[in-house]
Structures are given as C-alpha cells and as structure tokens.
Design a protein around this ligand. Structure first.
Ligand code: NZQ
Ligand code: ZN
Length: 388
C-alpha cells in the first residue's frame, strides 16, 4: 500500500427534503451576500430555483444565470466581476459539474489580482491562494465535483480545457438530493453513470496496490453501477436507484479511492482534449478512449483487468483471456447505456486528431503519464488513432 494523506472537509447533506437546512449552513459560514450561480435554466424548469429562493428570503441573493456545460472562461469572468461589484461573501452553486467547477474558478478568480488565465495556463508563480467560500446544490450525479477540490474550465476561443484545483476549492457543503435525478435527460443520465464508472477505473485499472480495502471499495462502486445503470436510465424517478447513482458518483471522486493506490487519469487527459476540439460530452470522450487505452497498455494493466473481469463481470478463462474480455465488457456496458465509443460516431471532422492530441501532450510536457509513467505523446497518438 502506498503512503497517502486524506483530507476532505465537505459536509454532504444527502437525501430528499433537506433544503430547509440551507439557511442554517449559510449562517454557519457567515454568508450574507450570496452569488447564486447556475446553468442554462434547467433549475427554473424543475422548480429548484424557486425552492431555493424561498428558503433564502432572509439573505441578499444575487443570481448569475448562464454557466454552460463545459464552463466557459469568458462567462465565468463576468460572474467574477459581478461578484466583486456586489461584494459577495459566499457563492452557492446550483447545478451539475459544470456549474460547480465554474463556481470554483469564480471563487478563486474573485480573490486573484492578476490574470486568472495565467493560473489555468500554469504560468510559473501564478496560483490561486485563497477563494471565496462556496457551497453546492447538486442536480446531476457524475463528476464528484460536489465533494472534491478540482475543476475543469473550457476556453473555446483557444480550443482548450484546463484543470485547476487546491485545498480552498472544497465546497463547504453539498446538498445531494436524489429526487433531482428524475428530470435528467437520458443523455445526461448515461453520461453521469459513465463518468462515475470511469473515475473509479482511473483509480483501479493500474497494477495491484496491496490496498485491498480500496480495491474492494472501487469494485463496490463498479458493481453497483453495473447493476443500477441501465435501470436508472429507464426509470430515473425511482428514488432508490437515483440515490445509489448519486452516492456512487460522489464516492468515485471524493478522494477516498485514490488513497494508497496508483492512479492513471490519462483517459481523462485525452478526453478533455476531445471535448475542447469537438465539444463531445465529457463522459463520452472517456468511453471512446478507455477501451483503446487499456488495449494499448495491456501488458502493464492485465493483472488488474483480470481481477476486474472476474469480480465485476464474472468472466472465466485464462488470466489473459479474462483481461481481454473485461475490456470488451466495459465497452459493451457503455454502449448498453446508449453511448457510442468511437470518435467518428461524433464527428466527421477527425482527420489528424491523433497528431493534434499528441501535440498538446508535447507542448505541455506530459511525457511520462499514467500509473507507470509509461504513456508518452507517441503512445497517446497511437491510442487516439485506434479510437477513431
Ligand atoms: O445548464 P443547465 O440548464 O443546468 O442544464 C444542464 C446541462 O445542460 C443539465 N442538467 C443538470 N442537472 C439537471 C439538468 N437537466 C435536467 N435536470 C437536472 N436535474 O445537464 C447538462 C449537463 O450538465 P453538466 O454540469 O455539464 O454535466 P456534468 O455534471 O456531467 O459536468 C461535466 C463537466 O464536469 C467536468 C467535465 O470536464 C465537464 O466540464 N468534470 C469535473 C470534474 C471534477 N470537478 O472533479 C471531474 C470530471 O472528470 C470532469 O472532468
Ligand atoms: Zn470525469
């Protein structure tokens, strides 16, 4: 088992009919002037916006509508400016991963004197060192952003997606209400299941870690998602199914699974570039890349692939056969949710994509990635080419 440090201060308020607790938690956080950040309007249609405004009648609330899926840098700068003008002391993010991630950026940018792009661009010496406190009301189980300190920001004029994070970006609290799942379109449900599944695999399909508990916890999430995934897509109003999806997604990226184990994350790194180039939904980019990455890195991953194949898919045969069949089962699982697993399923404009992704890896100096540091830009090119 590898050494690790685990820290997660986010209070999770899980379940239905909990919003009445919001004023109390805001007061605990000394919130008086609140920026309420949200997306393109789904929370108005579902009635959540009004429910929140009703419980916040004693607070000064400034709404900011319009954070896009794949939160857009220029939109977030407008929210930063509004937050400064209104002397905001707390931000409440209401939405999915994009709204929550965007809010993390706004929270850091409000306290940052320089150009915040320098922080995303990892310019030397440029970092967010403090942030406005924030909490979340989650509407889409997928990213785990409600319980972690990371965020991914999109700048479409540059066709770039950038990752940021830091200990000040843990939400103070997150309301996770499974009844929110009922209004999600099938596309977003399938995305949520796939993203949570892939967060788990990124921290599991590596090499045996000796952390038996963590491996079993990862397997518990995978097995639960396999069991409930297709059912929740068909019946998102089923509270038990929705609650299990929501708790799996939070668990998949709240930091527990990476304790004491090697992690990969290259599927995500490549996936972010596919979103930046073509606007493919985040989770779908993962379903496109993961099977091809596991094939390309098979020799280093086959022990864990075989363990996964036996324990999650009940496969039989030689270790090698099980490991291979496990990749096929994974791809079929994504397809069973309605997710296509090839780049060409999403765009005709893919000529040269493998060279473009390779170039990004080279430019950013990502030359030794993955759990064995064995993935270099030419390997990335090979993986992307195989995924077309
Ligand atoms: O914008 P609104 O109107 O709210 O509609 C959203 C959006 O169109 C809609 N939606 C959300 N909740 C709904 C709903 N529609 C009906 N009923 C509800 N209850 O769903 C659409 C997609 O929302 P979005 O927030 O973009 O989805 P998701 O939660 O999948 O977030 C994806 C983003 O998170 C990043 C991704 O890169 C992507 O930008 N990630 C963040 C991570 C993190 N912070 O830890 C890790 C992930 O790997 C991921 O990279
Ligand atoms: Zn993800």
């Amino acid at each position: 088992m590898l050494n690790f440090e685990y820290y997660n201060p986010t209070r999770i308020v899980f379940g239905k009919d909990q919003l009445g607790r919001l004023p109390e938690l805001l007061k605990e956080n000394k919130a008086q002037r609140i920026l309420l950040t949200y997306g393109q309007g789904s929370i108005k249609k579902t009635g959540l916006y009004q429910s929140i405004m009703d419980v916040l009648s004693d607070f000064h609330v400034v709404p900011f509508q319009g954070i896009e899926a794949n939160p857009e840098y220029t939109t977030l700068l407008k929210a930063r400016d509004l937050g400064r003008e209104e002397k905001i002391d707390f931000i409440l993010a209401v939405g999915g991963g994009s709204v929550i991630d965007g809010t993390k950026f706004i929270a850091g940018a409000m306290k940052y004197d320089g150009d915040p792009w320098d922080v995303l661009d990892k310019k030397e010496g440029c970092n967010f060192t403090e942030a406005v406190s924030f909490g979340t009301v989650l509407t889409l189980p997928a990213t785990g952003s409600e319980a972690n300190s990371g965020a991914v920001i999109n700048r479409s004029e540059f066709e770039q997606k950038r990752v940021m994070g830091g200990p000040m970006f843990f939400p103070q609290f997150s309301f996770c209400d499974p009844t929110q799942v009922a209004t999600l379109p099938k596309r977003q449900l399938a995305n949520g299941i796939t993203d949570a599944y892939m967060h788990t695999l990124e921290q599991y399909i590596t090499y045996p870690s000796g952390n038996l508990l963590q491996e079993r916890q990862a397997e518990a999430i995978l097995a639960t998602l396999v069991e409930i995934g297709p059912k929740v897509v068909e019946n998102p109003s089923d509270y038990t199914l929705a609650a299990n999806l929501m708790w799996c997604a939070t668990h998949a990226l709240n930091g527990v699974l990476r304790c004491g184990v090697p992690t990969d994350w290259v599927t995500h790194m490549i996936g972010h570039e596919l979103t930046a180039f073509y606007g493919i939904d985040h989770a779908r980019t993962l379903a496109i890349i993961a099977p091809r990455l596991y094939e390309a890195m098979f020799s280093g991953k086959k022990e864990k692939l075989a363990q996964y194949g036996k324990r999650i898919w009940n496969l039989t045969g030689s270790e090698e056969e099980i490991a291979k069949k496990a990749i096929e089962s994974t791809e079929r699982f994504f397809q069973s949710l309605g997710i296509d697993t090839r780049i060409s399923d999403y765009t005709e404009n893919h000529e040269g994509v493998e060279a473009r992704v390779r170039e990004v890896f080279e430019t950013r100096g990502w030359t030794a990635m993955g759990e064995r540091e064995a993935i270099d830009p030419s390997k990335v090119e090979e993986i992307v080419a195989a995924a077309i």
